[in-house]
Design a protein around this ligand. Structure first.
Ligand code: PEP
Ligand code: MN
Length: 445
């Protein structure tokens, strides 16, 4: 296949769900022209490397930890916020690495996660109707006509904000911040200080012993001091991801260089839609979210469209069934896909099937449901002999009060204390670490 033969604009002729109603096409065209000239945020070779890591996870030789905010905001791209998210992700990763005795593939849901699909195109408050907030890449969160009007110039801000976030992450992960002993020391603090943590004292001690043993042996590989970290987002706004798609000079093939991995959401995975068409052309590792109504035929058709050559690591199915349904719906799906011989990585998103509205009006999730869905995911894969390849979560490194429960419990009446998300409720730092230790227990059971 030559680059000339690849039509990166074929999606334009197809229905594209969830796209903004841009008020001014001329401004959009200018923005897209500018984006097309800007440097790549990631390199195609890094995307290929991630594909290899994901192929290993699909074989059961690695485990994926993907997470970050539901919706990043421009204001949230600060050194503190990025550092806290990264720190939490690294802390979770160490626990999972030890428990699973396999490498953990670390993928931030950040540096590009600025656009949201919405169930309703408008929002009504006190009789006033305005366009729904679609993420900082599209419009503003504030409930005013001005903020809610889509502005194509925001695509450029999303690019620059992503560059800032990635730069911080590259600096933190290469500059000593990701040192194994340092990250383990943070986990020890969590175990010592939080009521949730005390349950995990034994596991933390075992990790401590393993680290001391390696140190005593003189083992000191570069992997103890730096980590490989990848970026990902839902490639929802096709104008943005198309403008950042470039032909790789090594291979002559197109890569979306706005992130290492991109995924298609549950609401935009129509087989004859624009997103599936666009994703079929790019060579990044890609994901597709699968909700509880997905049929095995849907899954097989997506495989046919998105990974016709059955390339390992290319396609990840991120299932988000809900704790009450996963044990019923996942088995047939996994079984049919497995018996087709398709190379697919299965990752569990235990967040999006478990959202409900609290009496206070806050969108929330129960930590117990989140954990129960992950447990169901492990059970289903273990009973079928397939691999539970990873988890995909919405979390932040800060002490927000958006999800209910956890070892240091937050209840319904606490939600308003620190509810800061621009979209869906995230696990806070302690709830995330709690989840990592609980998944570690599952891994070892
Ligand atoms: C999301 O990941 O924030 C999201 C909207 O998920 P889904 O497409 O699974 O609903
Ligand atoms: Mn979400």
């Amino acid at each position: 296949m030559t680059a000339d033969a690849i039509d990166l604009d074929a999606w334009r002729k197809l229905p594209a769900a969830q796209q903004p109603d841009w008020p001014d096409r001329a401004v959009l065209d200018e923005v897209v022209a500018e984006l097309s000239t800007l440097p790549p945020l990631v390199f195609a070779g890094e995307c290929d490397q991630l594909k290899e890591r994901l192929a290993a996870a699909a074989r059961g030789e690695a485990f994926v930890l993907q997470g970050g905010d539901c919706a990043e905001t421009f204001a949230g791209a600060t050194a503190d916020a990025v550092r806290n998210k990264l720190k939490t992700l690294l802390q979770m990763a160490i626990v999972l690495t030890y428990a699973g005795s396999v490498p953990v593939v670390k993928i931030g849901r950040w540096a590009g996660q600025f656009a949201k699909p919405r169930s309703k195109p408008v929002e009504v408050r006190d009789g006033v109707e305005l366009p729904a907030y679609r993420g900082d890449m599209v419009n503003g969160f504030e409930f005013t006509a001005e903020a809610r009007t889509p502005d194509p110039r925001r695509l450029l801000r999303a690019y620059h904000s992503s560059a800032v976030t990635l730069n911080l992450c590259r600096a933190f992960t290469k500059g000593g911040y990701a040192d194994l002993r340092q990250v383990h020391a943070w986990n020890q603090d969590f175990v010592a200080e939080s009521p949730a943590g005390q349950r995990y004292e034994r596991l933390a001690k075992e990790i401590d012993k393993a680290i001391q043993f390696m140190h005593a042996c003189g083992a000191d590989s570069p992997e103890f001091h730096t980590v490989e970290l990848y970026s990902s987002h839902e490639a929802l706004i096709l104008e943005y991801d198309r403008a950042l798609t470039r032909i790789d000079s090594r291979t002559g093939l197109p890569y979306d260089v706005s992130a290492h991995m991109v995924w298609i959401g549950e609401r935009t995975r129509q087989l004859d839609g624009a997103h599936v068409e666009f994703f079929s052309r790019i060579r990044n590792p890609i994901g597709v979210k699968l909700g509880p109504t997905t049929t095995p035929e849907d899954a097989l058709a997506l495989i046919e469209r998105l990974n016709p050559h059955n390339e390992p690591g290319r396609l990840t199915f991120i299932t988000r069934m809900g704790a009450s349904r996963i044990r019923d719906v996942l088995p047939t799906l996994v079984e049919k896909v497995a018996s087709s011989g398709a190379n697919v990585l299965w990752v569990c998103d235990p967040m999006h099937g478990n959202t409900f509205e609290a009496p206070s009006g806050h969108k929330t999730r129960r930590v117990d449901d989140i954990f129960d869905e992950v447990a169901g995911f492990f059970e289903v894969h273990r009973s079928l002999g397939t691999h539970p390849g990873g988890i995909h979560i919405e979390f932040t490194g800060d002490d927000v009060t958006e999800c209910i429960g956890g070892g240091d419990p937050i209840d319904l009446s606490d939600l308003s204390l620190r509810y800061e998300t621009a979209c869906d409720p995230r696990l806070n730092r302690s709830q995330s670490l709690d989840l990592a230790f609980r998944v570690a227990e599952l891994y070892r059971s």
